[in-house]
Write a protein that binds this ligand. Sequence first.
Ligand code: PGA
Length: 250
Amino acid sequence: MSDRLPLVAGNWKMNKTGPEARSYCERLLQLLGEMDETGAEIAVCPAFTALEIVAVALAGSGVWAAAQTMHEAPSGAYTGEVSALMIAASGARGVVIGHSERRAAGETDVQVSARARAALDQDLFPIVCVGESLERREAGETLPWLTSQVRAALAAVRADEGDRLAIAYEPIWAIGTGHTATPEIAQEACAHVRAIAGERLDPAVVRILYGGSVTPENAAALLSRPDVDGALVGGASLDPESFARIVAAA
Ligand code: PGA
């Protein structure tokens, strides 16, 4: 275990209306209150329509809200997009950037870098996602692929910002498939991501998360690895009981 505080973030994707999100938060806070001590920082990432509701419901609890994406421009004619300023004004404290489901819809490395910079400039905490496809893993290209994604994502980040962002290693083949990476695979990739992030940031400070079919059953083994500083949880974060059990494993 390192002395980095684990970060466990729940990515709800396109799930939960505002009222559903509010009751989720009430239940989650109740469950966390029943736990002895949570040795982790916790975030939940609702859809934009529930972001402010979640930020209000979690206010003062230490658990924070994060958006699932953002646009890099400060404002303007970008129909359907949301800026870092809008996210910050909603009360959210972070934003997921470069999720593979966004990259598959066209988000580029250049946008990921610009979005991370724009988020940091609004004092938002970016959780920047990287990860390889099954084809790349089978071709033995995982580590060079992660190198290029991490270098691109951090291109506009400053040397002293290592504690203001996290990087999530999310192998695409593990997302929503039930094929969780083994702790060994997660450790190898997270250690590599840390080493590359260390070209720009303090590697002892920046948190590297694992994401991809994390469950209450496999979380402890993944999170016990020295370079796995937390988890980005999709499906298993939708139920507050299951999410709280993952937090308890951190
Ligand atoms: P999953 O999603 O936990 O459902 O695999 C993870 C993610 O996409 O962040």
